[in-house]
Structure formats: C-alpha cells, structure tokens
Design a protein around this ligand. Structure first.
Ligand SMILES: *[C@@H]1O[C@H](CO)[C@@H](O)[C@H](O)[C@H]1NC(C)=O
Ligand SMILES: *[C@@H]1O[C@H](CO)[C@@H](O)[C@H](O)[C@H]1NC(C)=O
Ligand SMILES: *[C@@H]1O[C@H](CO)[C@@H](O)[C@H](O)[C@H]1NC(C)=O
Ligand SMILES: *[C@@H]1O[C@H](CO)[C@@H](O)[C@H](O)[C@H]1NC(C)=O
Length: 314
C-alpha cells in the first residue's frame, strides 16, 4: 500500500515534468482583450497588418507594451483587441458610448480575423497567450443600479465572460492570463464621490474578483487540455504603491493634475503648479500613468515565468 502510493506519486512528478507548459520565455503570440487599461489603438478591422498607433490611457506605454517590449525574453507578436470603455457585453452593461467594442465584440474580431491563423498571425496552441483584463467598466457603469444584487449580476457577467473564453478555447487557445480588477475605488473618480461611495465600489470590486477567480478555477477544472493559466492579482500591486506612495516617489495618489489629464506632449512634461507628469500615480480620474503600468508589467512577467508572487493560485 505504502509502496504503491510512493510509486504513484513518482509517476505524478514525472508526468508533470514532462508536460510542456507555455512559459513566458517561449511565448510568441499574445492576444489581448480588455478596456482602456490595455488598449494601444490597434484596429484590426482594417486588416491584421494595420499599424499600432500606440494610443494608450497611460500617457506613455501601457502594461501590454512594457510586457511585450521591455519584459519579454523573445519577440512577442501582439494582437491587442482591447477597446477603451469596454464592458464584457454591451447588452448586459452598456458602455459609455454605443460604438465601444465589448469583449464579446473583441472575441468576434478574433474569430473573424485571427482564429484561422492567417499568414502574419500563424499562432498555435503551444506558443500563444490569451490575456483578459476586464471588469472596471462593468462594475463602474452598473454601480448606481438598484435592480440587481451584485452577487447574482456578477455571476451573470462571469457566465458571459467565460462563454467568450470557451469560444477562444474552442479555437485552440490553451494558455490564459487573467488580471483582477485593480483598486479603482482608490482612483480620484471614486474618492471624489466620498468615502461611502468609494467603500461600496471597493466591496463590489472584491466581489467581482472573487467570482472571477472562482470562474477561472471552474474553467480550468473543465478542461484538462489547458496549458498555462495564470491569474495576476493587480490589487496588491496597486495597494502597495498607493499605501507607500512617498517611498515610491509619487507626489500625489488621491488627485491628479488637470493640465495633464488628456495626455502630455512628453513623458517628462511639467506645468507650473504641478509636479512633472511622471510623479503622479493617476493621469486623470480613472487611469494610472505609464509608471504604474511599467511596474505592473514587470510583476506580470514574473508571474508568467512561473513565480508565485502576485499570482492567485488556482
Ligand atoms: C476601424 O477600422 C474600420 C475599418 O477601416 C473603421 O470603419 C472604424 O471606424 C475604425 N475604428 C476606429 C475606432 O477607428
Ligand atoms: C438594470 O437597470 C439598468 C439601468 O436602468 C439597465 O440598463 C439594466 O439592463 C437593468 N438590468 C437588469 C438585470 O435588469
Ligand atoms: C492631491 O491632489 C488633490 C487634488 O488636487 C488634493 O486635494 C490633495 O490635497 C493632494 N494631496 C497631496 C498629499 O498633495
Ligand atoms: C524558460 O523558463 C522556464 C521556467 O519558466 C525554464 O525552465 C527554462 O529553462 C527557460 N528556458 C530558457 C530557454 O531560458
């Protein structure tokens, strides 16, 4: 009995060391689904070789660009389908403008332009990472609704989100990266609404993140053929920076400089009455600066390389 247990566990160890898990240093393609925190302005509707204008919400590079351009170990071809203002599904939570492409729309774009692995995007299951960072606008835009209970409604959102993840899986996606919703309750937009509103937002973000993590676990348990599935918790990253802002060299983490809110001509720009733009945490009422994205991207690359820090075990 004891002997067969030992043999069985040696067998397990062997099979896991033979498994070919996609690690960050072997990733050649990355597909990104999300909102303004992730977009780079790429518009695949004009063809997969459309230029990447690099329009971000961070007044510089965002986490996708830092991850694939600074913290990469290999050339990573990125198809960033994220869209500013995106929700999971506009039919569940309307975006701020009707033209915004939701995650459902972004996955439809993947299906239309990329699923067939055309020349220029000849990805395969073993070298491709599918990144999903969504939820800020779903939570924020439904914050005032009184016709839902959060627990139930976020469950509906998760069902919809994971129907899209299932779609990607059916097209051959095997490695996924999920990011939790960060501490947007600590952004000026919510601080300005007072401590009660900010606390409520914080509670809702926590509930969303709990359900997201649970949904990833369910997804993983359903599919033994999944390769690397990583959940990066952005909460401790944001919170450590926000709690220790002076140590990290931020001049202000509760407000922003209005002269910078729509972007600045350079990343070292400064106006009278404000510190240089790079010394702030928030560019405007909801978006962190490139400095924050840089730190986040570094943490994501560490998680993708298999280290447990900032990962939620699933
Ligand atoms: C993306 O490209 C399509 C096709 O060229 C165009 O119709 C659409 O307006 C573009 N979207 C944006 C946001 O520029
Ligand atoms: C709740 O109310 C909002 C705003 O009026 C609406 O857009 C949404 O569809 C409603 N949701 C549900 C689940 O009834
Ligand atoms: C940060 O900026 C906000 C808005 O301008 C201001 O109310 C607050 O006092 C500032 N905090 C610090 C520590 O300077
Ligand atoms: C890639 O990373 C994995 C662990 O994440 C490591 O085992 C492997 O040796 C690395 N390969 C190269 C070529 O550096």
């Amino acid at each position: 009995m004891a002997r067969s247990l030992v043999v069985a566990s040696i067998g397990l160890l062997c099979s896991s060391s033979f498994a070919s898990a996609l690690s960050w240093n072997a990733t050649e393609y990355m597909f990104v689904f999300g909102d303004s925190y992730s977009t780079d302005g790429y518009n695949i509707s004009a063809g997969i070789n459309s230029p990447v204008p690099g329009y971000t919400s961070s007044d510089g590079q965002n986490w996708v660009q830092f991850l694939t351009g600074t913290y990469n170990q290999k050339a990573v071809k990125t198809f960033d389908l994220a869209y500013s203002g995106a929700t999971i599904d506009a039919a569940l939570v309307p975006p701020y403008r009707p033209t915004v492409l939701s995650v459902v729309d972004q996955v439809a774009q993947f299906d239309k332009y990329l699923a067939s692995k055309p020349s220029g995007a000849a990805w395969d299951s073993t070298n491709s990472l599918f990144a999903v960072w969504i939820g800020i606008n779903d939570i924020g835009n439904s914050e005032s609704w009184t016709n839902i209970t959060r627990v139930k409604f976020y469950g509906t959102l998760m069902d919809r989100l994971f129907s899209q993840v299932e779609d990607l899986h059916s097209k051959g996606a095997r490695s996924f990266l999920f990011l939790t919703v960060p501490s947007v309750n600590r952004a000026p937009l919510y601080i300005q609404q007072g401590p009660k509103a900010a606390a409520k937002m914080g509670t809702n973000v926590a509930e969303y993140n709990t359900q997201l993590t649970q949904s990833v676990r369910t997804f993983k348990s359903k599919h033994p053929d999944l390769d690397t599935v990583t959940v990066v918790d952005t909460q401790p990253i944001f919170n450590v920076l926000l709690d220790n802002w002076q140590t990290f060299g931020f001049v202000n983490v509760t407000g922003y400089c209005e002269a910078y809110e729509n972007g600045t001509p350079t990343t070292t720009y400064q106006v009278e009455d404000c510190a240089p733009v790079s010394n702030y945490f928030w560019l405007n009422d909801l978006h962190p600066l490139f400095t924050v994205h840089n730190i986040l991207a570094k943490a994501v690359s560490t998680a993708l390389s298999g280290y447990p820090a900032t990962q939620i075990a699933i």
